[in-house]
Design a protein around this ligand. Structure first.
Ligand code: TRP
Length: 359
């Protein structure tokens, strides 16, 4: 019998996800092959070539499906491009090669990337990562690309100034200052509140965004509400309620809640907010995670008929036989498309045993 390869496992999931969401799988499949590079043909029986932090099992890929009320859901892939000789710098170079190929093909917008990339070039070799990529597929549209830089690439202590420099170059210094003043708990920057990702959309147009992510360790839902209140027109109590419904705990200690802020030029405060709940650390198994996500989708009047089809596309085991297939659930508020996003692990390299915490 032939051993299953990384490409067969993850590519199979991607093909089934496209089918479930009514999308043409051709471009997503091609892009996945390019992302996986030389490791696609690696048998899953071998350990991962690089211990990627994209997913708990060190798989370099994570899927997500983003629902909103007005359009069909979109499918997204978060990936770490892993070089043939893996390492933080080698992977970053391989990611830039990937992006160069996509720029030639899909005409990516790279001006913002070019303006800041030197800042992340001196990543420490023992950083968790330097650069990740993501792809967004909306029905009937060209794929969109994003990059995620690691603000802690030169260490935690340098992250605030690294991000300040990057955002300054992009004309976003004022929003950054407002965000730090209002969203970070006093004295906790680089401690309990960490700058975790700095993201750039690589497409043109009014919805092309810069986002900054903060991980809040040991937080109450009300702290997330405080973090969200920085953004105008956001109902902060709704954020607290979402976290409470998704996590069912009063204090998030197992894994941090993550906030993301959309930063826009010409204004002094962030314009969009999302909160990500690492639901896998707050459920006993994926059956419970699914039930919570369904409930949340119902609260937001989102069509959940595709949730089970997406789960079936990815899952290779009964939902109560593990935890972490549903890794995060996120609430997106403000422009451009409010809604809910569900993140799915490939579980290519392993399944975490159920914990039945809540039993
Ligand atoms: N695996 C990492 C984590 O859980 C990074 C990550 C992947 C992540 N997808 C995410 C973080 C979605 C927040 C939201 O932290």
């Amino acid at each position: 019998m032939q051993a299953v390869s990384v490409q067969e496992h993850i590519g199979g999931q991607l093909g089934r996800l496209c089918h479930a969401l009514g999308m043409n799988p051709a471009t997503p499949a091609e892009l996945l092959t390019d992302l996986l590079g030389p490791h696609g043909s690696r048998p899953l029986s071998k350990p991962p070539a690089w211990p990627s932090d994209v997913a708990d099992d060190n798989s370099p890929v994570e899927f997500s499906v983003a629902w909103n009320r007005t359009e069909p859901p979109s499918l997204r892939i978060l990936a770490e491009v892993v070089d043939a000789a893996p390492g933080v710098h080698a992977n970053m170079a391989a990611a830039y090669d990937f992006l160069d190929r996509q720029t030639a093909r899909h005409g990516l917008r790279t001006d913002r990337l070019d303006a800041v990339r030197d800042l992340f070039a001196s990543a420490s070799p023992d950083a968790v990562f330097a650069l990740w990529c993501s792809l967004v597929f909306r029905s009937g549209r060209h794929p969109e690309f994003k990059v995620y830089f690691n603000p802690e690439a030169q260490g935690v202590s340098r992250s605030p100034s690294l991000v300040a420099e990057a955002l300054g170059r992009l004309g976003l210094a004022a929003s950054y200052r407002t965000m730090l003043d209002r969203a970070v708990r006093p004295g906790e920057l680089g401690r309990l509140d960490r700058l975790s990702f700095f993201a750039l959309d690589l497409h043109d147009g009014p919805q092309s965004r810069v986002k900054l992510y903060i991980s809040h360790h040991d937080v109450h839902p009300r702290d997330a509400a405080r973090a969200a209140a920085v953004v105008d027109e956001i109902h902060a109590a709704e954020v607290a309620e979402f976290c409470a419904l998704a996590g069912r705990v009063g204090l998030f200690t197992a894994r941090p809640l993550v906030s993301s802020y959309t930063l826009t030029e010409g204004v002094t405060r962030p314009t969009g907010y999302s909160v990500y709940v690492p639901i896998r650390s707050y459920v006993g198994d994926d059956r419970e995670a699914r039930e919570r996500v369904l409930e949340l989708m119902n609260c937001y009047e989102l069509d959940h008929t595709l949730l089970d089809r997406a789960i079936d596309a990815v899952a290779q085991r009964p939902l109560d036989q593990g935890v972490g297939l549903i890794a995060h659930v996120a609430l997106r508020l403000g422009r451009p498309r409010p809604g809910l996003t569900v993140y799915f692990s490939t579980e290519a390299y392993g399944v975490a045993a159920p914990t039945h915490l809540a039993a």
